[in-house]
Design a protein around this ligand. Sequence first.
Ligand code: FES
Ligand code: FES
Length: 165
Amino acid sequence: MRILHFQLNGDDAEVAAPDHWTLLEVVRYRAGLTGSKQGCDKGDCGACTVHVDGRSVLSCLTLAADIDGRQVTTIEGLSNVDGLDVVQDCFDGAGALQCGFCQPGMMMAARQLVTENPEATREEIKEALASNLCRCTGYTKIYQAVEEACRRQRQCTTERAGGAP
Ligand code: FES
Ligand code: FES
């Protein structure tokens, strides 16, 4: 057992967890944040995707001990005081979900892409989300949602820079 100190969705967290536990177990069974899904539990489905220091990781393959002192963001931390994150809003708008099981991980992976490459093409979006499996949607609406999120991210950047909306 060890005591972990890290930032969880912007707040200080102190959690006791067995040495062999994963980040996914800490998030779900210590912090009580069940948005990150325990799908395959072996790195195949992407349903457990969270951000560590702003980068997507598979939390089922991340040892909890490795997150000591780092910043963890789960789907519960993606929205902010202004409301839904643009990625969440675009998934909602596009109707890009059915059962919803894949969505938390899918949106966390999409958030990283939209942040890092808002010019992403459809092929780049497919590649970025290739590790996140969805058994329901057929992916088309997910890709459309991410394209719209990229478009809104570019618009936002242009407006902040004082250019034409
Ligand atoms: S639960 Fe982590 S990749 Fe499937
Ligand atoms: S909406 Fe059901 S797995 Fe993606």
